[in-house]
Design a protein around this ligand. Structure first.
Ligand SMILES: NC(=O)c1ccc[n+]([C@@H]2O[C@H](COP(=O)([O-])OP(=O)(O)OC[C@H]3O[C@@H](n4cnc5c(N)ncnc54)[C@H](O)[C@@H]3O)[C@@H](O)[C@H]2O)c1
Length: 360
């Protein structure tokens, strides 16, 4: 079997998961991690040395010079569009990080090009790969809670995310663009309902005081089809002392029942003299082991990326795109989420409810 040959663009915090996922499938003979492109010489050579692959500082050269089947993109949000279009134009399947693009126009251009070229365009909305969320969806879709009446989802990051992790580009983002999109994608995916209107509020203070001009927190009330209302609360200013990088959950109440998940606390607790209390996230547990030598990373962070590579492998061996439909977060899903995030932005700015039909 010839593996899927993949190049990765972006080798920052999230790029590490892309590299790990590809490396794991390489160990299984299903993928080949061919090259990496980052912005600076220093980061390119660091990842290139760590993974034993060529490193580029020009992603176009990587795509043009290497014989790739697929490209994964994990660069700051505003760069996703140009990189995706370049890769698709040259016949590569693409996994792009969320949010797909900050504009519906950009998302549409990406979807249209992928369709014209008959290529896979997948978006890394990885909450769909959390087995608990999958189960929750199955129950809701099977009618177990009856008619869904309201959904509530929250996601809260530690302040190190905008101040240290996204150094240099947090002000281009917001808690809704960075994490709220995950929660809207999740509720939409679970219920199968589309948004009709949005009323949102944003709070500023702490981060602007620290010199990063963006929202601390956002609340979005989303009216969805069939009388469903969805409230999403997000912030990225949890104190450094909080026991995990992220706190999150979802609950959906219907005429016949309720489903809810504390997505952060699955019952495991660590307490270390060096680190204090920690609650491990199911997204990234047992990420490979230097003590016992096993290499397989676990958790839905990497499962979502591996799914893309396996989809690309399926296509390489003659599978049809149509057969994969509805089985992965597609470009069209990415577009639907960006549409709502744009409505959230407009609603905050203009302090009024925004109809989704207004967002073209
Ligand atoms: N799926 C998730 O849950 C999740 C979680 C965190 C981040 N993300 C997304 O992943 C993306 C990257 O986030 P991050 O936290 O890794 O950011 P980061 O700042 O740590 O890394 C960004 C990387 O992009 C590279 N880059 C920047 N400009 C480039 C260019 N012109 N050419 C090539 N490489 C370039 C940088 O060198 C760096 O390696 C963002 O879109 C973010 O929203 C997704």
């Amino acid at each position: 079997m010839q593996p899927v040959r993949v190049g990765i663009i972006g080798g920052g915090i999230w790029g590490n998961y892309h590299l790990l996922a590809a490396k794991h499938l390489e160990n299984e003979g299903k993928a080949q991690l061919v090259a990496i492109a980052t912005r600076t010489e220093a980061s390119a050579s660091k990842q290139s040395a760590a993974f034993g692959i060529p490193g580029y500082t020009d992603y176009r050269r990587m795509i043009d010079e290497q014989d790739l089947d697929a490209v994964t993109i994990c660069t700051p949000d505003h760069l996703h569009r140009e990189m995706t279009l370049y890769a698709l134009e040259r016949g590569k399947h693409v996994l792009v990080e969320k949010p797909m693009d900050l504009t519906t126009r950009g998302c549409r251009a990406m979807v249209e090009l992928a369709e014209r070229k008959r290529l896979l365009l997948q978006v890394d909305y990885h909450k769909r790969y959390d087995p608990y969320n999958m189960d929750l969806r199955q129950k809701v879709r099977a009618g177990k809670i009856g008619e869904p009446y309201y959904a509530y989802a929250y996601m809260e990051d530690k302040i190190i995310v905008p101040t240290q992790w996204l150094k240099g580009w947090a002000a281009e983002s917001s808690p809704f663009w960075f994490i709220g999109v995950h929660k809207y994608d999740l509720v939409r995916w679970i219920t199968g309902r589309e948004a009709l209107a949005v009323f949102a509020h944003g709070s500023k203070g702490k981060l602007t005081m620290l010199g990063i001009d963006t929202f601390d927190a956002v609340t979005a009330c989303i009216e969805m089809e069939g009388g469903l209302t969805c409230t999403i609360d997000v912030n990225w200013i949890l104190p450094a002392q909080f026991e995990a990088v992220v706190n999150q959950g979802v609950r959906i109440v219907g005429s016949e029942g309720i489903v809810e998940l504390d997505g952060q606390d699955r019952g495991a607790r660590y307490g270390f003299a060096a680190d204090g209390m920690l609650t491990p996230n199911l997204g990234a547990i047992a990420m490979g082991d230097s003590v016992f030598g096993w290499k397989e990373p676990h958790g839905y962070f990497v499962d979502a990326i591996k799914d893309f590579l396996l989809n690309a492998l399926y296509l390489k061996y003659g599978g049809e795109l149509e057969q994969l439909a509805e089985r992965y977060p597609s470009g069209k899903d990415g577009l639907a989420v960006t549409r709502v995030a744009q409505a959230v932005e407009t609603s905050i700015r203009e302090h009024r409810p925004v109809q989704i039909s207004e967002v073209l």
